[in-house]
Design a protein around this ligand. Structure first.
Ligand code: MG
Length: 365
């Protein structure tokens, strides 16, 4: 089997409704835009697809496909995923690809492998479980009272844990954490995600407060460029750190955070941030060797597959973007997400399947 087609298809990506905010300083939800579907086709009619939804990806994927990937991938065996994964790192050396683009070919090749063997990718990877509890991962709401109201709704809908994306103000966020613990009682797992909003002194202050409120993990409090700073934070606070979410370099970079003693809870992993499915699994296995967790990031479809295949992960992240809270359709009434059943990875419902997956027709031209 050989790769014969590589193309980028633009699909509409509607704005979040309602729009939402992240912490101060960060851009909020995007307006109406476009996503990119990378589609790889073969000489025997097999197809694999991968979706990139970050702003600007439609143009970025189209550019790299037309300039580099079509020529580099055509004629290759699509089942040689390891070889093609290493090819992407070589291409990255000169192109400096955005993180979601680096893993896109790998995701499409895993999707293709699943489709031709009629198996969901989590099974191809070696399944570990068929359901996992979801946590409600909030966006940034306006007041403590609103956060408490949202948390109540999430728990009533079945979510088993709550993670805050708060304001990025160490003192205000510490008070929110204290009030939320008081509100939900001692038994609900609570987590905090700093989205890299702090310097070291504020990260230490907040880390101590989160430990006092019994939080399970403290995620990405600082930008992840300086591993030494993370090592210092880890030594200064009791709360376990979950790190290496947005840093470049997949498992190679995660290894440095672990080696510095900074990943005291574990590391982040996902197909869109750690170099596709292949990079995500490498990262998870690396953490496993150190008896650490590899917590799967984001509620994209690939994350559902990864969370069924990675033993050392605890939860599935389900983003809560509105008050009134709407439970995502993939979460059941007890707060679990279940293993996907469609072959491959599959695209989110609502995309134009017939157009994206229409067989390639050899026109002889
Ligand atoms: Mg995060």
């Amino acid at each position: 089997m050989r790769i014969t087609h590589v193309e980028s298809i633009r699909v509409p990506l509607p704005a979040a409704d309602p729009a939402f905010n992240w912490r101060r300083g960060l851009l909020g939800s995007s307006p109406d835009g476009e996503a990119a579907v990378l589609r790889i086709g073969t000489d025997d009619g097999a197809t694999g697809v991968a979706l990139a939804t970050r702003p600007g990806m439609a143009a970025a994927v189209e550019d790299i496909v037309n300039r580099v990937l079509r020529e580099q991938l055509t004629g290759e065996d699509p089942l040689q995923r390891e070889y093609l994964w290493h090819r992407m790192w070589e291409i990255d050396r000169t192109e400096e690809l955005p993180l979601p683009v680096l893993g896109l070919v790998d995701i499409a090749l895993w999707d293709l492998a699943g489709r031709i063997t009629s198996q969901p990718v989590w099974q191809l990877l070696g399944g570990f479980r068929t359901r996992i509890p979801a946590y409600a991962s909030t966006v940034t709401f306006a007041t403590i009272e609103e956060f408490l109201d949202v948390a109540t709704q999430c728990l009533e809908l079945g979510y088993q844990a709550v993670k805050l994306h708060a304001w990025g103000d160490a003192r205000a966020d510490a008070e929110l954490a204290r009030r939320l613990r008081e509100h939900v009682g001692p038994d609900i797992p609570l987590m905090y995600d700093g989205s890299a909003g702090f310097d070291l002194p504020d990260a230490i202050y907040l880390g101590k407060a989160l430990a006092a409120s019994g939080f399970l993990w403290y995620e990405e409090p600082m930008r992840e460029f300086n591993v030494t700073a993370y090592g210092r934070l880890a030594r200064a606070v009791e709360i376990p750190l979950l790190v290496a979410e947005t840093s470049d370099g997949a498992h190679m970079n995660s290894a440095d955070f672990i080696s510095a003693g900074a990943a005291t809870f574990g590391v982040r992993t996902s197909a869109s941030t750690r170099g596709g499915i292949t990079g995500s699994m490498r990262t998870a296995h690396l953490a496993d060797a150190f008896r650490l967790r590899a917590e799967v990031l984001g509620d994209e479809v690939a994350s559902r597959h990864l969370s069924m295949a990675i033993p050392n992960t605890t939860f599935y992240e389900s983003l809560i973007t509105s008050n009134v809270v709407r439970k995502k359709p993939e979460i059941d009434s007890e707060g679990f997400v279940h293993a996907p059943t469609d072959p491959g990875i599959a695209l989110p419902a609502g995309l134009d399947y017939p157009r994206v997956l229409q067989p390639y027709v050899d026109t002889g031209s």
